[in-house]
Design a protein around this ligand. Structure first.
Ligand code: ZN
Length: 114
C-alpha cells in the first residue's frame, strides 16, 4: 500500500512547515498529485488519518487534486496527454517521450491555527 508511504512523507513535510510557520495545529491540507502515481483517494485518506495520530495534522481534512499526465515527444516536440497504457505520440506515433507532469506529489496549500 504505497499510500501509507506517501502519507508518511507528507506528514513529515507538514511537521516541518508547522514548525516553520508557528502552527500548533494543521486543519486543512491540499495535495496535488500526478496521475501517474496511481493514488487511490480513499486509501490516501485512510493512510493519512492513521499516520497523522499525534502529529500537528491530526484531524486535518485532506483534499486531493489529481494532476493529468503531460508528455512531450522527443522526436517532433508535440505536447500531449498520454493515457496510462499508451505513450504513443499522436503526431509521429513514436513512444519516445519526456514527462512534463504526472509524477510529482506537491503540497499546494495548508491551513492551520497558531
Ligand atoms: Zn512525435
Amino acid at each position: 500500500m504505497h499510500e501509507m508511504m506517501i502519507a508518511t512523507e507528507l506528514l513529515s513535510q507538514l511537521d516541518d512547515l508547522a514548525a516553520e510557520h508557528g502552527l500548533s495545529r494543521i486543519t486543512h491540507v491540499s495535495v496535488a498529485a500526478g496521475e501517474l502515481r496511481g493514488i487511490v483517494p480513499e486509501a490516501l485518506d485512510m493512510a493519512f488519518a492513521e499516520a497523522s495520530h499525534g502529529t500537528a495534522a491530526e484531524g486535518a481534512t485532506l483534499e486531493l487534486e489529481i494532476v493529468p499526465t503531460r508528455a512531450r515527444c522527443r522526436q517532433c516536440g508535440q505536447v500531449f496527454q498520454p493515457t496510462v497504457d499508451s505513450f504513443l505520440c499522436p503526431g509521429c506515433n513514436l513512444a519516445d517521450v519526456e514527462f512534463l507532469a504526472g509524477h510529482d506529489i506537491v503540497l499546494s496549500r495548508i491551513d492551520g491555527d497558531s
